[in-house]
Design a binder for this molecule. Structure first.
Ligand code: XMP
Length: 515
């Protein structure tokens, strides 16, 4: 396959660096983020077609502020500096970065100078709304640079040295608040750097299959399949690469939703010729969880029991040398992120610790992809909508939605209530509009009346949220008729429930799961 263009983003620690990578990929060019502490020789070896220097929280004048290695300027590559990226360019060359009295944060009106290719085709460029977040600014341009835009408070809000193809902007073109930011980034990629769009999901599928079959050779891979989109897409890609030498293990931990095990297995058998072993470990999990109420304790028990079961099953397959995982790019970035401490693996990652213990090499077909790209790959692989748009489901499953003690009876009540929530969301098309919707069983009983009788029964909470990435979330403004139908169906159809409440908290300060 022809070598495709690759943009390397040097991360100086901005909160929105990931967005730069996403926007560039959306424009059809592959891009990767690497920390500013990377060895320039290693970056060079990646054969980038252009560099982007991200924003970051430092001032170039701070002690320990991340420097810009001069090598980056010596390879003749097109460079785009954003925010701190612009300042560090000016500072490293012979410009002057001036400290501002106040931080400028939020929308600003930017006037782009008409003849610059960075702003070609941008409408209303004499009065463009852009997003700023900076303390310092470039007071004096480096030699060879021209000013290409200003705002009311910044004389040099953008600069360029066209001969060297170095461009820089003080604002953030990658965030949605900047008007026509995509256009500005595309101009850099195509008009200035002369790149070609070649990053498509079908090109990804081809190259990923090739890379994995080279990596695994004649070896065998074991993979934990949850039925969620990430592990399913990882499995299908691996299956295309190595066929039946992929061994998928689906662990039924007794904490799945109603009919989930049957649905997942039937789906995989029907659509893909995967080698799947379904392990019934319900008793093992539920025995260990008996009497446990503390959510962290539940998580730990489920985590290590999963490892025990998976390890046992994997060892039963002779000659397995690799562990397949559905790790996504945001996890990869997080673990190498310039901010450092975020490298800690979240306890969310249910199989964290598995490879070390099992002494297997990792195969991670999705480690270059963002979630929306995984969905596109799933389309490419012919997966049906209900898998592609499946809501996230936590590894510890219903254990963290049955608040308090987990018993078969309480799990069953939750399963029935949850089934109704899923059904009503799907029936009304709200399933696709919300990020996630589910039921939670509370650890209390309340009084009700049924006919002439007083009842004293369980309470179900509905948790239905909108979100983009689960980092923040807000409760979904569902029409009251939909909520009313969920409530009356749950109370009428689920024995043991006489009250339904709707959770109207946002994250933060609440979380999505109740635990
Ligand atoms: P919280 O409750 O932290 O949830 O706001 C954020 C998102 O993460 C999901 N979640 C998990 N996913 N394993 C997972 O794979 C887990 O242990 C886990 N815990 C929470 C949650 O459903 C939401 O989408």
């Amino acid at each position: 396959m022809q070598q495709q263009d690759k943009v390397i983003i040097i991360d100086f620690g901005s909160q929105v660096t990931q967005l730069i990578a996403r926007r560039i990929r959306e424009a059809g060019v592959y891009s990767e983020i690497h920390p500013c502490t990377s060895d320039p020789a290693a970056i060079r070896a990646m054969n980038p077609s252009a560099l982007v220097l991200s924003g970051g929280p430092s001032s170039v004048h701070d002690e320990g502020a991340p420097p810009l290695p001069k090598e980056y300027l010596s390879w003749g590559l097109p460079i785009l500096g954003i925010c701190y990226g612009m300042q560090i360019l000016a500072h490293t060359l012979d410009g002057v970065v001036t400290r501002s009295k106040d931080r400028e944060y939020g929308r600003a009106e930017f006037e782009a100078f008409a003849d610059c290719p960075l702003f070609a085709g941008v409408e209303g460029k004499e009065k463009l709304t852009v997003w700023m977040s900076h303390g310092d600014h470039v007071g004096q341009l480096p030699t060879g640079f021209a000013c290409i835009g200003r705002t009311g408070s910044l004389e040099h809000a953008a600069m360029c040295d066209p001969a060297r193809k170095i461009y820089a902007v003080q604002f953030h073109p990658e965030v949605a608040h900047t008007d026509q930011g995509e256009r500005i980034l595309s101009n850099f990629l195509f008009k200035i750097a002369g790149l070609k769009p070649g990053w498509t999901m079908s090109s990804f599928v081809d190259s990923s299959i090739k890379t994995m079959s080279e990596q695994v050779g004649e070896g065998k891979v074991v993979l934990g399949l949850s039925g969620g989109i990430d592990s399913t897409v990882a499995a299908v890609l691996l299956n295309r690469a190595i066929g039946k030498r992929l061994y998928c293990i689906f662990v039924d931990n007794g904490l799945l939703r109603m009919g989930e095990r049957q649905e997942v297995i039937a789906f995989l058998e029907e659509h893909f010729d995967l080698n799947v072993k379904c392990v019934d470990a319900r008793k093992e999990f539920l025995d260990k969880l008996k009497g446990v109420e503390d959510p962290e304790q539940k998580r730990k028990i489920i985590g290590y029991t999963f490892i025990e079961v998976f390890d046992r099953e994997a060892k039963a397959i002779e000659g397995v040398g690799f562990l397949g995982q559905g790790t996504l790019y945001p996890d990869v970035i997080e673990s190498v992120s310039f901010k450092g401490p975020s490298a800690v693996i979240k306890s969310h990652h249910n199989v964290g610790g598995l490879p070390e213990k099992m002494n297997l090499k990792l195969v991670e077909p999705l480690r270059e992809l963002f979630k929306d790209e995984v969905r596109k790959v799933a389309y490419e692989l012919g997966m049906p909508e209900h898998i592609i748009w499946r809501h996230p489901f936590p590894g510890p499953g219903l254990a963290i939605r049955v608040i308090g003690e987990i018993t078969e009876e309480r799990l069953e009540i939750l399963r029935q209530a949850d089934k109704i929530v899923q059904h009503e969301l799907l029936a009304t098309d709200w399933y696709r509009k919300v990020w996630q919707g589910f039921a939670v069983l509370l650890p209390l009983k309340t009084v009700g009346v049924m006919g002439d009788d007083r009842t004293y029964e369980h309470v179900i909470a509905l948790r239905i949220v909108d979100s983009i990435d689960a980092m923040t979330a807000d409760w979904s403004r569902l029409p009251s008729e939909v909520l009313a139908r969920m409530s009356s169906r749950i109370i009428n159809e689920v024995k043991g429930v006489n009250r339904v409440v709707f959770d109207i908290s946002s994250k933060p300060p609440s979380t999505i799961e109740w635990e």
